[in-house]
Design a protein. Sequence first.
Length: 169
Amino acid sequence: MKEHVRNEVRRLGEGIIGTEEFMRAYDETHHKATSVAKHSEDVACTSLRITRFLEKFGVDVDHEILVNAALCHDLGMLDRDDKFDDDKVCHREHPIHSVDVAKNIIDDYNDTVHDAIVNHMWPIAGSMPKSKEGKIITFADKYCALKDVRHIMRLYAALVLLRFGIILP
Ligand SMILES: [Fe+2]
Ligand SMILES: [Fe+2]
């Protein structure tokens, strides 16, 4: 990810990144290959890059709302093993828990932030986001999740090829 985009996320999301909740998210594994915090930073960066592209066509996006909602969208996954019975319940309910965390740590929590966080799992859970910011985050989240699991798929493929004797150790 380009360094200037990361710097922009750090600047706009300063109030979130420094919180205890976000720090704890570095220790919460996500997609088996990353952490909730790193994934959330990736989603914020990807959302900003999509926004820059859309702005060339005159689309107006609130960068601060976008970054803060992206950084908080999965914080409801903290302590997931204690909160959710299984992955299915977690997929469905973590956005609601993320809203609870976000309300405590985003100073200007508003309807757009709420829409973006509570509906980011669409179409698996929730409704299609109404806001531009919500739609961008929902798309960026899927894109980043696929990127995260790509590494697992590569490892799995290598193990299968190794097991079949097609590649040598
Ligand atoms: Fe999520
Ligand atoms: Fe996510």
